[in-house]
Ligand binder design. Structure first.
Ligand SMILES: [Zn+2]
Ligand SMILES: [Zn+2]
Ligand SMILES: [Zn+2]
Ligand SMILES: [Zn+2]
Length: 258
């Protein structure tokens, strides 16, 4: 865009900002008696125009609505360097995979570990490998065996797993007699559907319990995943029967491409 066009486009975007919530207005755009515009969400919460205190009209600003649907909007990560300009219906799908998006460290996000790091998705793995070394980060082949130590109702467990050159984050917890296990894929949102995980345990009397699920997106809220039972769930009594004397739980896990 030429400087003139950029100036005009910025002016247009300003004009499309709702004076109350500062969001870009989408149809229906409401008008007051003196021609001020307001988004419909804010309109229902007010009985007078916030700018001139005049009454609202029952008409909509159709020409501004037409402009609003066709204008190109900047990505929310403009200040971080994303230069994408997209129509309103394409901006959300883009936001889900914008590589300039800022993410919390998975250890802080999923396990409440105190880590203040934030960065783009492609730098999460480098950060995890450099700053969370030790037993919490494991490089494994597709199938692996490991142990959760001292399994109890109050404990929450987490681990970063690097396999197939991808980074995953595993979270376990026990709640109301159910043992939950969820594997999060740390990458673009859609990528989570490309992987599946299987969690298996064997009790001391030889029964095997196994369950599997697609991996969850790093964008999903971990508590929602557990609350809605979207992950692997096993009866805690089966888990207890699989634990050793000192409450350690050996298990097998497999992460595979769907
Ligand atoms: Zn508004
Ligand atoms: Zn007004
Ligand atoms: Zn973007
Ligand atoms: Zn961190």
């Amino acid at each position: 865009m030429s400087n003139l066009a950029v100036g005009f486009h910025n002016r247009l975007l300003q004009e499309l900002e709702c004076p109350v919530c500062m969001e870009y207005m989408m149809p229906p755009i409401m008008l007051c008696n003196n021609g001020h515009n307001l988004c419909c969400n804010c309109r229902v919460t007010l009985d007078k125009c916030p700018i001139c205190r005049g009454p609202f009209l029952k008409v909509r600003n159709v020409s501004l609505e037409n402009i609003a649907t066709e204008t190109l909007y900047p990505c929310k990560n403009t200040l971080r360097g994303c230069t994408k300009l997209l129509t309103k219906n394409l901006i959300r799908p883009h936001a889900d995979e914008c590589t300039f998006d800022n993410h919390k460290c998975p250890f802080a996000k999923i396990s409440n570990t105190g880590c203040n790091w934030r960065g783009t998705l492609d730098t999460v793995r480098r950060h995890v490998e450099a700053n969370h070394k030790g037993s919490c980060v494991q490089r494994v082949s597709r199938k692996f065996k490991t142990v959760l130590h001292n399994v109890s109702c109050s404990q929450r467990y987490y681990q970063a797993i690097i396999t197939m050159d991808e980074l995953f984050y595993v979270s376990w917890r026990v709640q109301s007699g159910v043992f939950y296990c969820a594997v999060f894929y740390i990458g673009p949102k859609k990528g989570a559907n490309n992987f599946r995980y299987r969690f298996s345990i064997s009790t001391k009397d030889g029964d095997t319990y196994s369950a599997s699920s697609l991996t969850h997106s790093y964008y999903e809220n971990v508590n929602d995943v557990f609350r809605h039972g979207k992950c692997v769930m096993l009866d805690y009594s089966a888990v207890q029967r699989s634990c050793s004397e000192n409450k350690d739980l050996p298990f097998r896990m497999e992460i595979s491409v769907v």
